[in-house]
Design a protein around this ligand. Structure first.
Ligand SMILES: [Zn+2]
Length: 151
């Protein structure tokens, strides 16, 4: 697979393919050392950007080191991630033309208070890189907090 890193309209740098990719193709593996969630929290406590990918039950993360860490989030992505026997692959979910930027939906679920706002430009952009489930959960928490204040 011929992948290159160059500047992206979505965020900083992005990952682009120089060749067409067929739907369902495994494009690249998300590689990096595997560390525990606690180690990651400690290591990146004060860093605004992390390239962590939760695997299995989420107690272990891949500390991204490799080309896949440059793939940006999109709410209307052309790839998805697939965990196969503990390894994480970026897989095409449609035919991708040469020159396109590769994206997948980060579906973030653990970012404490930060906003992780999205600028992907898709028509259906949800303005956040959090998963729809996580966004719904946050609304519930906020509503509960508001209800408590009223009492
Ligand atoms: Zn978006």
């Amino acid at each position: 697979m011929a992948l290159i890193i160059r500047s992206s309209a979505i965020h900083a740098a992005g990952c682009y393919t120089t060749e067409p990719i067929k739907n369902h193709t495994r494009v690249v593996e998300y590689t990096g050392p595997r560390i525990s969630k606690d180690q990651a929290d400690e290591k990146y406590e004060n860093s605004p950007t992390t390239y962590l990918f939760g695997v299995g039950d989420g107690s272990k993360v891949i500390d991204g080191h490799g080309i896949a860490m440059f793939i940006n989030h999109s709410c209307d992505p052309n790839c998805e991630t697939d965990e196969i026997r503990g390894r994480v692959w970026i897989k095409a979910i449609r035919d991708i033309a040469a020159g396109e930027e590769l994206t997948y939906d980060y579906n973030l679920y653990d970012g404490d208070e930060d906003e992780a706002s999205c600028n992907c430009g898709a028509a259906a952009c949800r303005k956040s890189m959090y998963s729809p489930e996580e966004l719904a959960r946050r609304v519930r928490v906020a509503n509960r907090a508001a209800a408590k204040k009223k009492k």
